[in-house]
Design a protein around this ligand. Structure first.
Ligand code: AMP
Length: 285
């Protein structure tokens, strides 16, 4: 595996590969890798000749400095996992490489309702920072495809929208959520849960499954209330449990409002904030 820390070195490597007509897949991450991340690498490796994984804990997307400071970092272990997954390239730049003082990196695009709901409501500035870093990384890597997780469904929807607005040549591939055996969605933040809390955290998955079971028979307010109550009962402090149209991400008020319905949840277990989601109905033509 090649490891690059400098933008210029990575770009030189990619240019040589593109000249040979090779296809480039790109998996952006913030490190502390787990099997969920590796599933994106595997998806990229299936479709492309070269897979580039970036590890960059992007300071501009954190609305909470404590969360940024506590974010797990372990580059040697990450590099080992990527090596085992036969990733061709790891790009691990520092903040100066991504945000040189003389380069304008903010992105002036509008995303309508996609950025104002759910994560956008509770994490002010998060999506501006996420769009800024993904756009910068895409300008550096210029991949044929970017691989992102449905785990961060709102992020994936915003990046899809950005690529559409930019008429980008890069396509987006959205990969399914990998879960622990007991249902908790894999996440770098799970490492910060105490063992007993990690066990309790399966309640998020249980709440989502219950919502799926009842989606066509109970009214949506009842489903949301049941989910919030279940989370509260094990010690979560839910921020939201929304039932939305999976394309617009806007809340729906009844089952017949959308053929593509997703439940999305964010909740704190002590100071650890977890997010998850589940497709409840997908009858898109
Ligand atoms: P992160 O390092 O948390 O920024 O995540 C990097 C990428 O991995 C994002 O596209 C996430 O949606 C994706 N990802 C995170 N957790 C999972 C998971 N449990 N299953 C599949 N993909 C995931």
């Amino acid at each position: 595996m090649y490891i690059f820390k400098k933008v210029e070195d990575l770009q030189e490597f990619i240019a040589a590969k593109k000249e040979k007509g090779l296809k480039i897949g790109f998996v952006p991450t913030m490190g502390a890798l787990h099997k969920g991340h590796i599933s994106l690498i595997d998806a990229s490796k299936k479709d492309n000749d070269i897979t580039v994984c970036s590890i960059f804990v992007n300071p501009t997307q954190f609305d909470n400095t404590d969360d940024l400071q506590k974010y797990a970092r372990n580059l040697p272990k990450d590099a080992e996992m990527l090596g085992l997954a036969e990733t061709e390239v790891l790009f691990a730049p520092n903040v100066q490489e991504i945000y040189p003082p003389d380069l304008k990196t903010e992105v002036n695009l509008k995303f309508g309702g996609l950025t104002t709901v759910m994560e956008g409501r509770f994490r002010i500035g998060h999506f501006e920072g996420m769009v800024q870093v993904v756009n910068r990384l895409l300008e550096i890597v210029r991949p044929d495809a970017i691989y992102m997780g449905q785990k961060d469904i709102q992020q994936a929807a915003i990046v899809s929208n950005m690529l559409m607005q930019q008429k980008s040549a890069t396509k987006i591939v959205i990969c399914p959520i990998l879960r622990e055996d007991h249902g908790l969605a894999m996440s770098s933040r799970n490492e910060r849960l105490e063992p007993a809390d990690r066990e309790k955290a399966k309640a998020i998955h249980e709440a989502l499954l219950k919502a799926k079971e009842n989606i066509s028979t109970l009214d949506l307010d009842t489903i949301k209330k049941q989910a919030q109550d279940h989370l509260l009962s094990v010690g979560f402090k839910p921020e939201y449990f929304e039932i939305v149209d999976g394309d617009s991400l806007q809340s729906i008020s009844q089952y017949s409002d959308s053929k593509y319905i997703v439940a999305c949840v964010a909740a704190f277990m002590k100071d650890v904030r977890l997010i998850d989601n589940m497709i409840l109905r997908n009858e898109k033509a």
